[in-house]
Every structure is written in structure tokens, then in C-alpha cells.
Design a protein around this ligand. Sequence first.
Ligand SMILES: Cc1cc2nc3c(=O)[nH]c(=O)nc-3n(C[C@H](O)[C@H](O)[C@H](O)COP(=O)(O)OP(=O)(O)OC[C@H]3O[C@@H](n4cnc5c(N)ncnc54)[C@H](O)[C@@H]3O)c2cc1C
Length: 407
Amino acid sequence: MSIERAEIVIVGGGAVGCGAAYSLAEAGKTDILLLEKEPSVAAATSSQAAGLVGQVRNTTERVQLAMWSVETFSRLQENEKSNPGWRQVGSLRVALNDERVEEFRHMKDVCDEAGLETEFVDNSRAKELWPLMDFSHSKAVLWCPSDGYLQPYDLTMSYVEHARELGVRFQTDTRVTGIRTENGCVRAVETDRGDIECEMVINAAGAHACQLAASVGIELPIIPVRHEFFVTVECEGMAPTLPVMRIPDATLYLRGEVNSLLCGGWEPRSLSNDPRKISLADEQPLIEEDYDVLGQFAEELSPHIPKVSELGVRSVFKGWPTFTPDGRFIIGESSKVKGFVMAGGCNAHGVSGSAGIGRHLVESLLDPSPSPYVRSLSPDRFEDGWDWDEAAREARRCYETYYALGH
Ligand SMILES: Cc1cc2nc3c(=O)[nH]c(=O)nc-3n(C[C@H](O)[C@H](O)[C@H](O)COP(=O)(O)OP(=O)(O)OC[C@H]3O[C@@H](n4cnc5c(N)ncnc54)[C@H](O)[C@@H]3O)c2cc1C
């Protein structure tokens, strides 16, 4: 049976949409209906994510946002029946050159200021934490004990369970086909199962967010950029309890996936799709495994884990996370269409960032004076002064330089 009215309709049942539903419900907004076109939530990008949750960042705001996510995941983990599979295994960040060591020092200062515990560890301590890794090339290793990883599908389900208990409704198999506005205000969403009247629409449609915004006449540079990682066959020495590892100079991230190695990276020549060529009714283009790129990741890794070249690949995860030209989330209500709210532009950290995005969304919608930082994430920043080619180039650059110095 379809529902015909809700105060707030959220479009998209990925980690971001479900996290938004959970955060708003916790803040007292419960007349919410979330619509997902697929038969289940987390069916698109979220289910493909590696689930890394890293708090060590370059600015205090971003560290604090990530700390909020960790706090939320730890809270959700306490629920025995529905938890995100949060494993607080810590993380190691390895520097291979002096510039990177400088960057780590800066990051450590930022973390100190934000109240996040980090520490430089020597190579022998790092080796104890990750025995399979050869640290002889490393110039410094930064350890963050409260980092970790989770299972993205479980996180999304955990949000759903908690939000549902607070009264949020979820409807899958329902595709939003348009948004009806009157006098510049949202009045209803149109779906393939009928219209739903509402006062507010939250656009958490992931790689389709650009098309949904365009349906109310708002152009936003939300560019899907391909990303992929591989999981090897079982490998002696790998375990789910190993810390998450980042080697930014080799543009790589690693973690244990049960007893296998998960390895992903940021390729120097990325691939984006043009949102103007896809309609709201279309699916995102299918992605074939790109073994040239995945092979490069393995090659980059082999000086540090020589054994990687002998390991077969068991599975490849891939998808179209979205990037923005300035590398920042797009969160909040548009001043152009009242009631049209964005929650997206995740720049490949929408799973770990989902709790923080939810928190910023609550602040932007319910707080009478949101912080300048939260206001700076508004979709209004893209009202004019950009063009598609340049925006796509910049979005790809954000992807390609994800682990670059100063990023
Ligand atoms: C290989 C890979 C590894 C990654 N690793 C990490 C990681 O370690 N950590 C991290 O934080 N992030 C990671 N990411 C990024 C992360 O997956 C994304 O940032 C995040 O999933 C975005 O969530 P979302 O809810 O915005 O999008 P999605 O999960 O794509 O959800 C959007 C939903 O909207 C639905 N939808 C679209 N249009 C409509 C419509 N018209 N009507 C109804 N429903 C609609 C879609 O079906 C979809 O379910 C990774 C991504 C990939 C591809």
C-alpha cells in the first residue's frame, strides 16, 4: 500500500538517505517517508564501499565530523540485533617521503586541536600491528587507535531499524519520477506508484542526485567518478582485526576482509560519467572490472607486501561515488526552491560521513543559526559561475588527488 502524505520525503535509501532519516528522527522529526527505487536499501553505491572510517584529516571541522561518525557507529554497535559491524581496529598511515612526514605532522596538530588521539609509532611497533607489511621504506607511521571499518550494508540497515522504531516509514520498489512545486515551494513528489504530498524533499539519490535536482530546475555539479577495489583469496597473516592501512604516496588503502586482503586506490586518470546524458529514469552505466587499474594497485603494493603478486583476486567491488568540484559535501536547503534539500556530493566518504552528514543536515534545517561551516556546504554555492566541463575536470581532479599532499 502506498502512502500519500509525509512532512519530509527522502529520496534514496543508501547510507546517506538512511543516515539522514535516522538523524532527523533522533532530532524529533519523525513524519518522514524514505523512498528507494530498488527492492532493498543500500543496493547501489553504499553496498560496494570498503567501509573505512578515517578521522585523521586536514581540517578541524572534518576531523570533528568524522569523530561524530565514530561516536554514532560505536553507539549503534551496542545494539545486538542490528549493528553496523563496526570494528575499532585503529589505523596506520605510512609516509614514504619527507613532504608526507610534514603533512602527517600537520595532520597530527589538527587532530590534537580537535581532541582526536593520534601518535607516531616506530617501524618495529608498526610491524607488530601489521606483521605482513614491510615497513623498511617508511619514513613515518601515524597511528590512530579509534579509527576502524564497518560493513556498509549493516550500517544502512542499522539506521533503518533505529529510524523505524522512531516512526520513520520506508518504501522500497518506488521510483521518484519528478517533484511538483508551486510558487517556488515543494508540494509533492511524483513516483511510479502515485504522488506523495510533502513539504520537504531531501535529495539523497547518490549518483542520480544531479538529475533529481535538475527536475526542480537546479543545476548542481555532482559528478559520478568510477571507483573500485579488490579482495584477494585467503592469505596467511591477514585477519579482520588488523588496523586499516593507508599508504598515500602509493595512493593505496588496505584492510583485512575476514582472512583476505582488501586493496583499493585512486588511479591517476579517472573515469567520470556525464550526468547530463543520463535521465532520472535511466540506470547508471554498468562498470566492468578494470584489471589494468587493479593490477596497478597490486604493483604499487608489492614493494610493501611482496606476497600480493601471488594472491588471486576473489572479488571486485565497484561503483559511481559522486564528486564535487570543490571536494565538499552539498548539504542543506536551496534558497531557489523552498523545501528542496540536498544531502550528497560525498566525495567517496558517504558511508563514513553519513552520520556526520545527518548531523549537519539537522543543524542546517532545525537550528535557527547554523554554523558558518554548515552554511558553507549549501547547494547555493553552485548557483552560478561554473560550467560543466570545468566542474567535471575538477571533480575528477579531487578523485585523482584524494591522497595527494595537502588534500
Ligand atoms: C568501490 C568503492 C569503495 C568505497 N569505499 C568507501 C569507504 O571505504 N568509506 C566511505 O565512507 N565511502 C566509500 N565509498 C563511497 C560511498 O560508497 C559513497 O560515498 C556512499 O555510498 C554514498 O551514499 P549515498 O547514499 O549517497 O548513495 P547510494 O548508496 O548510491 O544511494 C542512493 C540511492 O538512491 C536511490 N535512487 C536514485 N534515484 C532514485 C529515484 N529516482 N527514486 C528512488 N530512489 C532513487 C538509488 O537506488 C540508491 O539506492 C566507496 C565507494 C565505492 C564505489
